[in-house]
Design a binder for this molecule. Structure first.
Ligand code: PDD
Length: 280
């Protein structure tokens, strides 16, 4: 693979970042994952806007313009012959001379920019046909989940708890209500109505979520943005998750309860089709 690091395209085993980089020492950084279908970026503008917002919320400077970012994404797709998969982008607050809790002066310490490609089957992912199993876990993450930071230790632990329990992923619960999945937004369907938690600092404002809700409304489906409990979800007709790497992915089991018939439901399937059609 050819990867991008601070202005250069290099083979992945030659890419270098300082040991003093605050991304490495303090998880002081933000990221985006943009999917690629048939060699084309899906909703680059949405990801670029959210990135801009994440940077602003953390008082971090963008190392390049949005146009330059787009050009780097395209260059990486070309250099790696990427037809389907994703592009991971990370901006960290750079490498000051020494470890220090205070932010360094951006004039002296430019932020670091890293991008790499990941080849993956997205449109024909097997889990789309079988659905996934999730467990519920407590959400003990920090209070600014709307910022897409690289602090992913708890979501990784959640994924491991799920694996250990024989499941695929975890839905996190705070004050009795589901916030989101470890790396996706969570939905249930009841009586034809699509229910997903409202936007706030408690969840990531998914780019796929925005697109799927827009498409659902365009297809005359009813959408309600509100929180829901695990019990309500277990009693729902359908459940699913969305993210740039999974699109719309059906959920067929939550803890010990089978959802609907235990197979992907019609609304999740239809939304997945509409979303992929629109993205091609
Ligand atoms: N994760 N919620 C969380 C906590 C996420 O990490 C993600 C994305 C989403 C969905 O956002 P979007 O639709 O913009 O991808 C929701 C990415 C894919 C990841 O960490 O790999």
């Amino acid at each position: 693979r050819t990867v991008y690091v601070n202005g250069e395209y290099v083979p992945e085993n030659e890419a270098k970042i300082s040991v003093f980089d605050r991304g490495f020492l303090m998880a002081d950084g933000v990221y985006e994952v943009t999917s690629v279908l048939e060699g084309k970026l899906v909703d680059f503008d949405g990801h670029a806007k959210r990135l801009e917002r994440s940077l602003k919320e953390l008082d971090m400077a963008a190392p390049v313009t949005t146009d330059e970012l787009l050009a780097i994404h395209r260059e990486l797709i070309a250099r790696n012959d990427l037809t389907e998969g994703g592009i991971y982008l990370q901006i960290t607050r750079g490498a000051p001379a020494d470890r220090d809790f205070a932010f360094p002066d951006p004039a002296e310490t430019p932020s670091s920019l890293v991008l790499f490609t990941q080849q993956k089957n997205l449109a024909n992912a097997p889990a789309a046909n079988t659905g996934i199993k999730v467990i519920s876990i407590e959400d003990i993450r920090w209070g600014r989940r709307d910022i897409k930071t690289v602090q992913l230790l708890y979501p990784s632990m959640g994924k491991m708890m799920a694996k250990k329990a024989g499941a695929d992923d975890a839905w996190m619960v705070e004050d009795g209500q589901v916030t989101e999945g470890t790396s996706n937004n969570a939905y249930i369907v009841k009586g034809g109505k699509i229910i997903t938690r409202q936007l706030s600092n408690d969840i990531l404002h998914g780019i796929t979520r925005a697109a799927v809700l827009r498409l659902a409304k365009e297809a005359q489906m009813e959408v309600e943005e509100r929180g829901f409990t695990i019990e309500e979800a277990q009693d729902a007709d359908e459940a699913f998750v969305t993210s740039a790497t999974t699109f719309v992915q059906p959920v067929v089991q939550i803890d010990d309860a089978t959802i609907g018939t235990g197979t992907p439901g019609p609304i999740a399937k239809r939304l997945r089709e509409i979303y992929i059609d629109e993205s091609l």
